[in-house]
Design a protein around this ligand. Structure first.
Ligand SMILES: *Cc1c(COP(=O)(O)O)cnc(C)c1O
Length: 222
């Protein structure tokens, strides 16, 4: 079996230089994160606050921790002191809470707006219309301790490549439209996981969230 270091090297060698790799270490113990860190990786993604906080505490402080999963408002306070990017902002109330906790910590927290592009109801995110209203609003005045850096989307879990491609392209096109209509720069487009990151990059992604291709399959599914 390939080692984590080999998996990382293989993936990195396939990524264009403008694409950032987020190593999704959820469900894996801190020893595994350490091994990945020692192989040179510095950006890690977790989808649960209760897993992210202890890993942050135990690992070196030059890691950038990304929260990629659904975030409950009452948990924002635990990650506000250190989180470097929240990919999964899926409602205005969450943005409000992040702004509040960021202010308490004297920080500006970088966030992505998660947009719902899939066909499955289990997935979260703003609809295109809701996201459009947000970007048309005075969000920079309303949330001065949040910096919206871009968009995140998750495609449907399907083997239908054309469907997945259509969903990824819909987010890329939406980002371009929002940027031109509001004279905004949204530098990050977070799309693509182990199964679909190559396609996501073809469709404009510049940040991929990869777990099982680095770490092997998870013992329980999240
Ligand atoms: C688990 C997860 C990933 C990584 O999934 P893999 O298929 O293991 O690469 C990416 N994004 C989110 C939001 C996740 O929850």
């Amino acid at each position: 079996m390939a080692t984590i270091k080999e998996n990382l090297a293989l993936i990195q060698s396939n990524l264009p230089i403008h694409v950032t790799l987020v190593a999704v270490s959820k469900t894996h113990p801190v020893e595994v994160v350490e091994e990945t860190y020692n192989a040179g990786q510095r950006i890690f993604g977790e989808n649960r606050v209760q897993e992210l906080v202890p890993k942050f505490e135990q690992m070196p402080k030059d890691i950038q921790w990304h929260l990629i999963g659904t975030l409950q408002r009452n948990k924002v306070k635990y990650i506000a002191p250190f989180v470097s990017l929240i990919h999964s902002v899926d409602q205005i109330d969450l943005l409000k809470e992040i702004n509040k906790e960021a202010a308490k910590n004297n920080r500006v927290i970088e966030c992505l707006i998660q947009v719902y592009i899939a066909t499955e109801e289990s997935k979260h995110g703003f609809s295109f219309d809701e996201a459009e209203s947000l970007f048309k609003s005075d969000f920079r005045m309303l949330f001065p301790h949040v910096k919206i850096k871009g968009l995140m989307g998750m495609a449907s879990f399907t083997s239908d490549v054309q469907q997945v491609k259509k969903e990824f392209l819909s987010l890329k096109d939406f980002k371009a439209k929002i940027e031109s209509e509001n004279s905004l720069d949204l530098p990050i487009l977070s799309m693509g996981m182990s199964g679909d990151y190559a396609l996501a990059i073809e469709c404009g992604s510049n940040m991929v969230r990869v777990g099982s291709s680095i770490f092997g399959s998870r013992s329980y599914n999240q």
